[in-house]
Design a protein around this ligand. Structure first.
Ligand code: ADP
Ligand code: PEP
Ligand code: K
Ligand code: MG
Length: 574
C-alpha cells in the first residue's frame, strides 16, 4: 500500500478499512475465462462476446526497458505530487489559468505549471495574436524542456455586441435619480451622463418602462424616453459604471431577448481558430454558444482540417444556451460554466443552482466541465481570498466539477500563483471530505453507449470503480487510445487516481481536463504491455511492493481473433 504522507490526510476509518482489507490481501487477477459466453443487457441477450484474460506480456530485455523508460511520458508535476503525497493524496480537480500580462514570462508560466496549472487559457478578446503566439511557444518549450504537461486553450471573443462605454478609463459613479442618455451615435468626446452603445440596434424592441441592468447588477436604470434608437434613462439603483460594461434589458422580471443576427463565430473568431489550429492548441472554447449548430460547425471544420485532436468546449453564458443545454453538451467535448456573462443574462441568485445542474448533466453525459469566473475575484487585488470565495471554490469541487478556472486572478493580478495554490489546497481538502462521505453513489448513471463494445466499456468502467473503491486499490491504470475508457472511469469519480496510458499525444493533452486522470504518454510497443509499464513505474520508485493496482483495458489485440479486449485485472506489486 502506498504510504500517504505530507499534506494528504487519510481518515482513520478509511485507513483501518484499508488495513483490514489488505491484511488478507490476495491477488485477484483477471476475469474468468468463459469462452463464447453471451453478454446480457437488460435481460436480453444482445450478442456473443468472449471474455478473455489477457496474458501478461513478458518483459523484454534490459535494453528495451531502458529505451521504453525514456519514453514513458510521465509529467514532472504529477510525479512530484505522487512522491510527496502518495496515490490518494493526488489532486483530482483540474486547474485552468488565464494567461495575461501579469503571468506571461517564462518564469511566471513555469511557476504556474509547478503550482499545478493543467490548462493555460488564452482569451482572444485581449491582446494581439503575436502576443498569444509568444505564450504558446513558451508553454510548449516548458513542456518539452522541463517535462510539464500543460494543455493550451484558446477562448474566442464571440459576437459579444452588448457593450456600453462612458469614455472614462476607470469606473464612474451612478447616483440614484440621475438621468443618462444611451446612444449608438458616434460621439465627439463623451459629454457627461452620456453612454455609447457598441451597435445601432442596441435598443431595438425596447419600450419605455423597461429596465436596463449594467453588468448583471452594477447599476440599474428605467427607460423613460425613446427617441429613434436613443434611450433616455433614470437610474433606479445606484452603483458603478465600468468601462466596456455589458448590459441587458428586463421587462416584468424577465430578460428581453435581443435579436442579434450575428453568428456565434465572427470573422475574427474564425481567424483566431485558424491561428489556434495551426499552432496546435488542445482546446477551443466557444464563447456565446446558443445552440449545438455552432459547435457542430466548428467540429466539422476541425475534421476537414484533419485537426481531430483539438477539442471543442462550449461556454454556457447565455439564456439560449441554458434552454438547449443537453444538445449542446452532447455536441461538444466539454463545457465551461462562464458565470461572468451568465450573470448578466440571468439573475445572479440563479447562478448556484444553474451551475450545479450543468455540472450534473455534464457528468451524466460524460463531458468534462469547467467552473469559471470570479472564483477568487478579490485576489485580483489582495493576497488572500475571502472566506466566501473559498466556500464557492469548495462547492464547485463538492459538485465534482472537472476543473476550476482563474481569470483576472492570474491574468492581471499580482497574486496569481497564490490564487492557484488556494485552488489547489481547497480542492484537495474538499476531495478528501467527499471521499470520506462517499458521495459517489449520488450520480444517476444514464446509459450512454449504443453499440455493444461501447456498452461493455461503460459497464466495465462502472464496475471497475465500484470494485476499486471497495478493495481500496491504490491506483487505476487504464490503457486508452482516444481516452474514452479514461473518461468513463473518471465519470464515476473513484477514490484512487486514474493513470491513463496512451500513445496518442492529442488524447494525452485532452485528458488534462478530466477529473482524477493523470495522462501518461507511452510508445506504441508499450501500449499493451501492462507488466512492463508497471515495472517502469516501479523502477522510478513510484510503485512499491504491496501497492495494489487495478488495470482496465480495452485495447485491440493482434494476438487473438477478437477486435478488442475489455478487461479488469487487479495486481499486487511484488
Ligand atoms: N491576453 C491578455 N492581455 C491583456 N489583458 C488580459 C489578457 N487576458 C486577460 N486579460 C485581462 O484579464 C481580465 C480577466 O480576464 P478574462 O476574465 O479572461 O476577460 P474578461 O474580463 O474580458 O471576460 C480581463 O478583463 C483583462 O483585463
Ligand atoms: C469565462 C467567461 O467568458 P469571458 O471571460 O471570455 O467573458 C465568462 O463570461 O464567465
Ligand atoms: K472570450
Ligand atoms: Mg464571457
Amino acid at each position: 500500500m502506498a504510504v500517504v504522507t505530507g499534506n494528504s490526510i487519510i481518515s482513520p476509518s478509511l485507513l483501518t478499512n484499508r488495513v483490514t482489507q489488505f491484511g488478507l490481501r490476495s491477488e485477484v487477477s483477471g476475469a474468468k475465462v468463459v469462452p463464447g459466453r453471451a453478454i446480457r443487457s437488460g435481460g436480453k441477450v444482445k450478442g456473443k462476446v468472449r471474455v478473455v484474460v489477457k496474458a501478461a506480456v513478458q518483459i523484454g530485455g534490459l535494453e528495451q526497458l531502458k529505451k521504453a523508460k525514456e519514453e514513458l511520458g510521465f509529467d514532472a508535476v504529477s510525479e512530484g505530487e505522487l512522491r510527496e503525497k502518495g496515490f490518494l493524496g493526488m489532486r483530482k480537480t483540474k486547474l485552468v489559468c488565464t494567461i495575461g500580462p501579469a503571468c506571461c514570462s517564462l518564469e511566471d508560466l513555469e511557476k504556474l505549471a509547478l503550482g499545478g496549472m493543467n490548462v493555460a487559457r488564452l482569451n482572444m478578446c485581449h491582446n494581439t495574436r503575436d502576443w498569444h503566439l509568444d505564450v504558446i511557444k513558451k508553454i510548449k518549450k516548458l513542456n518539452e524542456e522541463k517535462g510539464f504537461c500543460v494543455s493550451i486553450m484558446i477562448d474566442t471573443e464571440g459576437s459579444q455586441i452588448q457593450l456600453l462605454d462612458h469614455g472614462a478609463p476607470s469606473s464612474v459613479k451612478v447616483e440614484e435619480g440621475s438621468i443618462w442618455l444611451f446612444t449608438a451615435q458616434k460621439l465627439e468626446g463623451y459629454p457627461p451622463f452620456t453612454v455609447q452603445a457598441s451597435y445601432d440596434g442596441f435598443s431595438e424592441g425596447i419600450e419605455v418602462g423597461d429596465v436596463l441592468v449594467i453588468d448583471g447588477g452594477m447599476a440599474s436604470f428605467e427607460v423613460i424616453e425613446k427617441a429613434g434608437n436613443d434611450l433616455c434613462c433614470r437610474c433606479t439603483d445606484s452603483g458603478l459604471f465600468l468601462p466596456r460594461a455589458k448590459f441587458s434589458f428586463w421587462r416584468d422580471g424577465k430578460l428581453v431577448a435581443m435579436n442579434s443576427e450575428l453568428p456565434t463565430l465572427s470573422k475574427k473568431d474564425w481567424a483566431d481558430i485558424e491561428f489556434g489550429v495551426s499552432e496546435g492548441v488542445d482546446f477551443i472554447a466557444l464563447s456565446f454558444v446558443n445552440d449545438a449548430d455552432s459547435v457542430r460547425q466548428l467540429k466539422n471544420y476541425l475534421y476537414m482540417r484533419s485537426s481531430r485532436s483539438t477539442r471543442v468546449l462550449a461556454k454556457i453564458e447565455s439564456l439560449e444556451s441554458l434552454q438547449k443545454l443537453e444538445e449542446i453538451i452532447e455536441a461538444c467535448d466539454g463545457i465551461m460554466v462562464a458565470r461572468g456573462d451568465l450573470g448578466v443574462e440571468i439573475p445572479y441568485e440563479q447562478i448556484p443552482t444553474v451551475q450545479e445542474e450543468i455540472t450534473r448533466v455534464c457528468r451524466e453525459l460524460n463531458k468534462p466541465v469547467i467552473v469559471a469566473s470570479q472564483l477568487l475575484e478579490s485576489m485580483v487585488e489582495y493576497p488572500t481570498p475571502t472566506r466566501a470565495e473559498v466556500a464557492d471554490v469548495s462547492e464547485a469541487v463538492r459538485q465534482y466539477a472537472d476543473a476550476l478556472m482563474l481569470s483576472g486572478e492570474s491574468a492581471i493580478g499580482p497574486y496569481g500563483h497564490k490564487a492557484l495554490s488556494v485552488l489547489q489546497m481547497a480542492s484537495s481538502r474538499m476531495e478528501l471530505w467527499s471521499r470520506e462521505e462517499n458521495r459517489q453513489s449520488i450520480l444517476h448513471k444514464r446509459p450512454l453507449g449504443e453499440s455493444l463494445p461501447d456498452r461493455i466499456a461503460e459497464q466495465i468502467c462502472n464496475c471497475a470503480v465500484e470494485m476499486a473503491n471497495n478493495l481500496g486499490v491504490d491506483a487505476i491504470f487504464v490503457y486508452t487510445k482516444h481516452g474514452q475508457m479514461a473518461t468513463l472511469l473518471s465519470r464515476n469519480r473513484p477514490y484512487p487516481p486514474i493513470f491513463a496510458f496512451t500513445s496518442d499525444k492529442g488524447t494525452r493533452m485532452a485528458l488534462n481536463l478530466q477529473w482524477g486522470v493523470i495522462p501518461v504518454l507511452v510508445d506504441d510497443e508499450m501500449e499493451a504491455n501492462i507488466t512492463m509499464t508497471m515495472e517502469l513505474i516501479k523502477r522510478k520508485g513510484m510503485l512499491k511492493p504491496g501497492d495494489v493496482v487495478m488495470v482496465v483495458s480495452d485495447l485491440a489485440s493482434t494476438h487473438i481473433n477478437y477486435s478488442a479486449f475489455q478487461s479488469i485485472q487487479v495486481k499486487t506489486v511484488v
